[in-house]
Design a protein around this ligand. Structure first.
Ligand SMILES: [Zn+2]
Length: 309
């Protein structure tokens, strides 16, 4: 919340950031509402796969298709990554772009935005059947089950540090394997650690210093719960069933006691094919390295101050 004093010295509470986000997102709220309606009416199954734990899974989606992640055997945390098919090394769903125009936690209607210089919605959650009221009832008003953590995905280093054994299955390994499957080892090795957007993990950013709390999923999710994500461009999607699994082992008996379940993934579209997507104009922004090469051509900035205290 930004506090602004007007000319009459009355203090107004104005959330400029929220206003800016709303203005941007309102442009395409109808497209999202239409996709949600189609999802409610029923979608055509293009592909369906049961995805087992302890390995990564990858999919190719056409612009306007929906990927559905569905709980079938038990609660299972998933870490998902979205890369634009025409530029898989360069553009992907990004935590900074997303937190700038959406947030760090998500529900229906929230979009995943891509990185600089593109900054556009590349995917949107159009439907989520999880009972969010129940999560909030159990774990407080800030609690959700879909979120992103800065550059987050569990990795060998983390397990190595916690358990003095880095050879446990982890999401970084699974996602890397999914990209090797898609692009081969050489290209996959050039990929940055992109942020994983997670679902089916009860959590809240409720700590200070700001950080998250992770909660057990027992009694929270039901069989058949799903999240539908609409992609706004041709996209590679990869995900890892997180080895933390159902997040119900809180006695710290170690990773070998954690329980994981398979996930059903469906690629869906409307009866007439892919759905309408968000079209947003180019952000008119350069890539940093190209701009430096051009000698910062056309750069504008503010003023250097003196006696500022
Ligand atoms: Zn993980």
């Amino acid at each position: 919340m930004t506090q602004i004093a007007n000319k009459e010295s009355k203090t107004l509470d104005i959330d400029l950031i929220a206003d800016g986000k709303k203005k941007l997102n309102d442009q395409f709220s109808q497209v999202i509402a239409n996709a949600k309606q189609k999802s409610l009416e029923g979608l055509r199954v293009v592909e369906e796969r049961i995805c087992e734990p302890y390995r990564g899974h990858s999919f190719e989606l056409k612009k306007g298709q929906i990927i559905r992640y569905e709980l079938i055997e038990g609660p299972q945390i998933i870490d998902t990554v979205y890369r634009v098919k025409s530029n898989p090394l360069g553009e992907y769903a990004d935590s900074y772009g997303t937190s700038s125009f959406s947030g760090l936690v998500f529900g229906e209607d929230d979009s995943f935005w891509s990185n600089t210089p593109y900054l556009r919605p590349v995917a949107t959650i159009v439907r989520d059947t999880v009972n969010l009221d129940k999560i909030k009832e159990c774990y407080g008003p800030k609690a959700v089950h879909s979120f992103v953590y800065p550059s987050g995905r569990c990795n060998a280093g983390l397990y190595g540090r916690y358990y003095e054994d880095g050879y446990y299955n982890n999401c970084d390994l699974n996602l890397t394997q999914a990209f090797v499957d898609l692009f081969g080892e050489e290209m996959a090795s050039q990929m940055e650690t992109t942020q994983a957007f997670m679902h089916f993990q009860p959590m809240a950013y409720d700590k200070f210093p700001t950080n998250y709390s992770l909660f057990p999923s027992k009694g929270i999710f039901k069989k058949g719960d799903y999240v539908d994500v609409l992609v706004h461009d041709d996209m590679y999607v990869a995900f890892s069933p997180c080895p933390l699994g159902d997040q119900n082992n809180f006695n710290d008996e170690g990773p070998e006691e954690w329980v994981c379940y398979p996930i059903k993934v469906s690629i869906l579209e409307g009866a007439d094919g892919p759905l309408e997507t968000v079209e947003i104009r180019n952000s008119n922004a350069p890539s940093a390295i190209e701009w430096l090469r051009e000698g910062r051509k056309g750069m504008k900035h503010g003023k250097v101050g003196t006696n500022g205290f």
